[in-house]
Design a protein around this ligand. Structure first.
Ligand code: NAD
Length: 511
């Protein structure tokens, strides 16, 4: 695939920059790395990496930029995000190509991801005029009690391979209108799309005298680079997206210095299919949620909890749909299921399948490596459906691949217990024609996830809602609704416009 070099910073000694501080691109003094494309296992780029000292320098520059940016009125900050959104619109197709190359997504899903960036820009521009605080009734005469939201500081963003553009955008676009600067540690799988996204911000900032370029910084590299960012006291908020194992480490590092962390971690998402479900809709929703992005979305469908009266019909229809799925090189027209990200990912799927069989599972279809008519170096797999006798140990973990377990239930109580009986709590769905079941599922004693859908699948959230989940998913919320509040600090201000000094709670202290 030809690289859209017009979006990328220039090579330094034949290597992509490992560090970007605004428009200042450097190789970085960490060990250079060589990510492989999931499509064919070929090298995508040789990329420089940051050292912990480089991370410190990027944070220092971003802090300086923040000191300037926080005094710019929020609606003017919104104008920067407006211009960034225009860049994303103009270059949508080229940016999507980089996502396909580095993450292996089919073009439609890659373009959908860039569209999320565009959408969140639109949202953030509107938000820049709506960073409202409250006016609260004071108990004292001639006093005003008000709440204000102020810029917070440098926001550290650590992102995962599977949404290499959108996760950063959800954080960075909101943080920018909130008056913050960003130091981004992208996945080591996706340095090119990260550099291209950053370059779009740099170009937009160059058109606005109010915007210092170092508002946006990138530090490429592995876990050590992310760990240095998490440990830096000058970063009041670290937003980390990835596995639960990573989140536990980041939470400790940030907590140790009493910083804030916003964690978006692994899911183990389920759908309950009840006897009144519209099975035509359910089959389409299940297939997209389970095999879209080759099962490598945090919201991918991992567990199907099906009423015993309809399980045979549903599984027959699913098996038929699975057998017709076009699997292969995502750059080829008509392909719906691209590669797994790596050999390790393929091996994880095989390990889970073997464990499922030992725990009484029957593989209904899929799970095999595809080698015909696909690039030799990629790991392509037929999506698997596994019928389980009950919810066993293997189903409690997230396997980041197109592997969906099916269990049955007889009462909704039983279904809810299975549904909530895993450590994670990201996304969930019920397919039902019964309003009582839908109400129960979405109500306080229903799904314990951050996302609870009715008659749509578990994946494919819109940016307008707050996104995230509970329990081992980390508790963070990003993107829409009032998620912006996490990127600001709240000040409670009392103004006395009278001639006396009454104390709260009627306390007397006259001198
Ligand atoms: P990962 O945990 O391997 O890596 C994620 C990021 O964390 C990378 O940038 C990595 O370099 C960094 N990292 C790893 N160890 C670190 C440490 N000790 N300190 C600081 N940074 C560290 O995850 P992945 O394989 O890239 O992505 C897949 C995982 O991400 C899945 O579990 C998926 O569910 C999850 N995910 C969650 C969401 C969500 O919004 N909840 C979204 C996308 C992906």
């Amino acid at each position: 695939m030809e690289l859209p070099t017009n979006l990328l910073p220039a090579l330094i000694d034949g290597v992509r920059p490992g560090v970007a501080i605004g428009a200042d691109y450097q190789l970085g003094s960490g060990a250079a790395f060589e990510p492989l494309s999931p499509i064919d296992g070929e090298l995508t780029s040789k990329c420089g990496a940051a050292s912990p000292a480089d991370v410190g320098a990027a944070v220092a520059a971003a802090h300086e930029a923040f000191l300037q940016w926080r005094t710019v009125p929020a609606p003017v900050r919104g104008q920067l995000v407006l211009r960034i959104g225009e860049m994303a619109r103009r270059h949508k197709a080229e940016l999507a190509k980089l996502i396909t190359l580095e993450a292996g997504k089919i073009p439609s899903e890659a373009e959908g991801e860039v569209q999320e960036w565009i959408d969140v820009c639109d949202f953030a521009v509107g938000l820049s005029r709506q960073l409202y605080g409250l006016s609260i009734a004071s108990e004292r005469p001639e006093h005003q009690l008000i709440e204000q939201w102020h810029p917070l500081g440098v926001v550290g963003v650590i992102s995962a391979f599977n949404f290499p553009n959108a996760v950063w955008a959800w954080n960075a676009m909101i943080a920018l209108v909130c008056g913050d600067s960003i130091v981004w540690k992208p996945s080591e799988q996706t340095p090119l799309i990260s550099l291209a996204c950053h370059e779009m911000v740099v170009r937009a900032a160059a058109t606005m005298p109010e915007a210092p370029a170092a508002l946006s910084c990138v530090v490429n590299g592995g876990a050590d680079v992310g760990a240095a960012l998490a440990a830096d006291k000058r970063v009041p908020l670290v937003s980390a997206t990835g596995s639960t194992a990573m989140g536990r480490k980041v939470a400790v590092a940030v907590g140790q210095r009493l910083g804030r962390s916003l964690l978006e971690l692994g899911g183990n998402n389920a759908m309950i299919v009840t006897p009144t479900a519209d099975l035509d809709l359910a089959v389409r929703a299940i297939v997209f949620a389970a095999v879209g992005t080759a099962g490598q979305r945090c919201t991918s469908l991992r567990r199907l909890i099906v009423h015993s009266s309809i399980v045979d019909e549903l599984t027959t229809r699913l098996e038929k749909a699975y057998k017709s799925l076009p699997i292969g090189d995502p750059t080829k027209e008509g392909v719906l299921v691209g590669p797994l990200v790596s050999e390790a990912s393929f091996n994880n799927m095989q390990t889970s399948l073997a464990a499922a069989k030992l725990q009484g599972g029957e593989v209904l279809c899929g799970g095999d490596r595809v080698t015909d008519a696909v690039p030799a170096g990629g790991f392509y797999v037929t999506p698997a459906l596994v019928r389980m006798p009950k919810q066993t140990e293997v189903m409690l973990d997230e396997t980041f691949a197109p592997l969906t377990y099916i269990v049955t239930y007889d009462t909704l109580d039983e279904a809810m217990a299975i549904h909530n009986g895993v450590p994670q709590g990201l996304s969930s769905a019920i397919f039902t024609g019964d309003i009582r079941e839908a109400g129960r599922f979405t109500g306080p004693a229903g799904s314990d996830c951050g996302i609870a859908n009715v008659n749509i699948g578990t994946s494919g959230a819109e940016i307008g809602g707050a996104f995230g989940g509970e329990k081992d998913t980390g508790g963070g919320r990003e993107s829409g609704s009032d998620s912006w509040k996490q990127y600001m600090r709240r000040t409670t201000t009392t103004v006395n416009y009278g001639a006396a000094l009454p104390l709260a709670q009627g306390v007397k202290f006259d001198v």
